[in-house]
Design a protein around this ligand. Structure first.
Ligand code: PLP
Length: 384
C-alpha cells in the first residue's frame, strides 16, 4: 500500500515516523476484533494472547533473539529506564555512559547518581565519535560493584553509528554489562543479537513507521532485571500491566515491513541525502555536524547542519513551519522546547566557532521525494 500524499513536507523522521497505512489498519482491526485481555483464560483472552506471542516471535526473529529475550514496554524511554534502574537494583554500582545520549539515559543516570551510583561520562570527539581509549581508561578504574556501560547505537541528532560490537566486547573484558539504546538504529540497520555482546537493547516502534507508546526491551538470556512495575506480573514478571495488544501487533507488522523494505529504503534515502548535502553546500559557511556525509558511519536519514547566520533557532523553525516544512533544531524530546543543542555544544566545546548560530536536523524517510528536498533548501536559503 502506498502512503497518502502528505499536505506538509515532513523531514523530522528522527522525532517520529508516519505509520504504514497497513499498520494503522491492523491496529484498528485488532482493537475491533481481538479486544480480549491476554491474561484471561477464555477464548477472547486466548485469541489476544496468541497475537501477543506471535508478535514477540516475529520481532525476536528479526533481531536474532529468542522470544523469551523480548519484553514489551511503552517505548524507548521506558526501556532505557528499565535497564538503568533495574541494573542498579540488581547490584550495578557504576554506570558509564556519554553526554550525548538521549535524555532517557542521561536524566536517569543523573537521578541514580543522586542516589549514590557512580556515573562516568566518556569523552566525545568533535566528529561525534566515542573516545574508546577514554572508555577503556574508565573501565580500568576500580569500581565498588558491577558496571553497566550504556552507549547508544545511533546518535539521534547527528546520525553517527557506533561500533556496538567493539564497545560490548570491551565492556565484557571488564566484566561489565552492555546496554545499547537502538531507538534510532532499528529503522535503518540489521540486528543479529544471538552472537553479539549486547546484553540489553532498547527500541521504539514510532521510529520505524509503527505506533507511538509501544516499544521493546531485549534482555540477554540468563540476565534477570528486577521489575520496575509491580502488579499482574505480565511479561514474565518483568513488566506488569495489561499488554497493549493492538500496538504490539502493529509494532511487529511495522518492524517486519521495515525489515523487508530496508535495502530499497536505504538506496532511496541515500539518494535524497546526497542531493540534500550537495544542495546545502550552496550555502557558503554552512557546517555539517557529525559524520552525516560519511555513508558508512552514519544512518542514511539524518543531516545536521549549522547555518552561518545569527538567528534564534525557534524563529528559524517557525518560519519553515509556516512554509509547511517540518524539521527540528535537534532532539524533539524536550517537550517542545527549542534550546541550543547540547549535542552540538558537546561536540565543539570551546572550539565552537558557530556558537549562537542555528542548527537544523533534517531527517528523511521512505516517502520523501527529491522535490521536497529542493523546496526545503530553497526555503532555508531564503531565510539567510
Ligand atoms: C535515541 C533515543 N532514545 C530514546 C528515545 C525515547 O523514545 P520514546 O519516544 O519511545 O520514549 C528517543 C526518542 O526520540 C531517541 O531518539
Amino acid at each position: 500500500m502506498k502512503k497518502h500524499t502528505p499536505p506538509i513536507i515532513y523531514l523530522d523522521h528522527s522525532a517520529t515516523t508516519e505509520p504504514y497505512p497497513e499498520v494503522i489498519l491492523r491496529m484498528g482491526q485488532i482493537l475491533c476484533d481481538s479486544y480480549g485481555n491476554p491474561s484471561s483464560t477464555h477464548s477472547a483472552g486466548r485469541d489476544a494472547r496468541i497475537i501477543v506471542e506471535e508478535s514477540r516471535r516475529e520481532i525476536a526473529g528479526i533481531i536474532g533473539a529468542s522470544p523469551s529475550e523480548v519484553f514489551f514496554t511503552s517505548g524507548g524511554t521506558e526501556s532505557d529506564n528499565t535497564v538503568l534502574v533495574g541494573a542498579t537494583m540488581a547490584g550495578v554500582r557504576r554506570i558509564i555512559t556519554s553526554p550525548i545520549e538521549h535524555h532517557a539515559i542521561t536524566a536517569t543516570a543523573s537521578h541514580l547518581s543522586s542516589m549514590g551510583v557512580s556515573v562516568k561520562y566518556v569523552h566525545i570527539k568533535e566528529n561525534g565519535d566515542i573516545d574508546l581509549e577514554h572508555l577503556c581508561s574508565i573501565l580500568e578504574m576500580p569500581s565498588e560493584g558491577k558496571t553497566l556501560v550504556s552507549l547508544m547505537h545511533v546518535q539521534n541528532e547527528i546520525g553517527n553509528i557506533y561500533d556496538i560490537n567493539a564497545i560490548g566486547n570491551l565492556s565484557h573484558a571488564y566484566d561489565a554489562w552492555f546496554h545499547t539504546d537502538a531507538v534510532q538504529g532499528m529503522c535503518h540497520l540489521n540486528y543479529d543479537l544471538k552472537n553479539s555482546p549486547v546484553d540489553f537493547l532498547s527500541a521504539s516502534a514510532h521510529k520505524f513507521y509503527g505506533p507511538k507508546g509501544i516499544g521493546f526491551l531485549y534482555v540477554k538470556s540468563g540476565i534477570v532485571l528486577p521489575s520496575l512495575l509491580h502488579g499482574g506480573e505480565q511479561e514474565r514478571g518483568m513488566r506488569s500491566g495489561t499488554e497493549n495488544v493492538p500496538a504490539i501487533a502493529a509494532m511487529a507488522l511495522a518492524l517486519k515491513m521495515n525489515n523487508d523494505e530496508r535495502v530499497e529504503d536505504r538506496t532511496h534515502i541515500l539518494e535524497l541525502k546526497g542531493h540534500l548535502i550537495s544542495r546545502l553546500k550552496e550555502i557558503e559557511g554552512i557546517r555539517f555536524n557529525g559524520r552525516c556525509s560519511d555513508w558508512e558511519h552514519s544512518i542514511p536519514s539524518i543531516v545536521s547542519v549549522t547555518l552561518p547566520i545569527k538567528k534564534d533557532p525557534s524563529m528559524m523553525l517557525l518560519s519553515l513551519d509556516m512554509k509547511g516544512i517540518c524539521v527540528s533544531a535537534g532532539s524533539a524530546c524536550m517537550a517542545g522546547a527549542v534550546k541550543d543543542s547540547f549535542v552540538i555544544s558537546t561536540l565543539y566545546g570551546d572550539n565552537n566557532t558557530m556558537k549562537g548560530m542555528p542548527t537544523l536536523r533534517i531527517s528523511m524517510g521512505k516517502w520523501n521525494v527529491k522535490e521536497e528536498i529542493d523546496i526545503t533548501v530553497d526555503a532555508i536559503k531564503s531565510l539567510l
